[in-house]
Design a protein. Structure first.
Length: 256
């Protein structure tokens, strides 16, 4: 299985090498810069492509650094690249996620035999309402998956597990911190990310993607892949969030 990890980060390339996701991926296979290339795009961010010339390497990494433009446009651009280069799997993941599963690749392969799109947490049902967050638009009995959250308070580091519900499980909505997808299915079913979400698509892109995929007939599911997220979730509802929320509620009404 040929895998492409895709990350959008506001950090520069040096910062990305210190990120949680890069350091965790480097534990699965030592990565050197032998196969690294950097290219500044027309949009102003830097594409850092890490491709190792080793036959047994299971994945490549495409990090979009100094990224302050449309999240969803970049994700779609990377999806087209993955299709052109014949990747089987594309994984959209946040830079503050650390994959901590010894059996990650075995689990990923098993999960993608069952589902077209795999995440760590989500909900089997949802009702459109405010606040438009996947776990607040659904009842707790419909939550699925598990994620560990890391918090730092002073000199103390704490890890808190959020056990949402049983997993593996088919779901309607997935959280966007980790989305593993079968490239061919997204292309064949013409499923991508909504590029019209306000404020560069930072909020609600994952739920619109999930609903669009479900509407197209793809199967989404959670899987017990152990990961640590350096975030407890949305901390502040800014004006950008509210604008995105209004757009989401309108757009999602035709997908449920």
């Amino acid at each position: 299985m040929k895998i492409l990890f895709v990350v959008c980060t506001k950090q520069n390339t040096d910062g990305f090498y210190k990120s949680r996701i890069y350091r965790s991926l480097a534990r699965y296979h030592p990565m050197t810069c032998t196969g690294c290339t950097e290219q500044v795009t027309d949009e102003g961010y830097t594409e850092l492509f890490i491709r190792q010339p080793l036959k047994d390497l299971k994945f490549d990494v495409l990090a979009n650094c100094d990224h302050t433009v449309s999240f969803t446009k970049t994700y779609n651009k990377c999806l087209r690249y993955a299709a052109d280069k014949k990747y089987d799997t594309i994984i959209f993941v946040h830079d503050d996620v650390s994959l901590e599963d010894t059996f990650f690749f075995d689990k990923l392969e098993a999960a993608l035999k069952e589902y077209s799109i795999v995440g760590l947490a989500g909900a089997t049902q949802a009702k459109l309402k405010q606040p438009a967050l996947w776990h607040l638009m659904s009842e707790q009995e419909h939550w699925r998956g598990c994620v560990c959250h890391r918090f730092v308070q002073g000199d103390e580091e704490r890890f808190v597990w959020s056990h949402y519900g049983p997993s593996p499980s088919r779901v309607l909505l997935l959280d966007g911190l980790f989305l593993a997808c079968r490239v061919k299915d997204l292309i064949d079913y013409e499923v991508g990310f909504n590029e019209s979400i306000p404020h560069n698509g930072y909020h609600h892109y994952d739920m619109l993607f999930s609903l669009s995929a479900n509407k197209a007939g793809l199967k989404l599911g959670t899987y017990p892949i152990w990961a640590v997220h350096d975030s407890g979730g949305l901390e502040e509802k800014t004006q950008a969030y509210h604008d995105s929320e209004q757009y989401f509620l309108k757009a999602a009404s035709s997908l449920l």
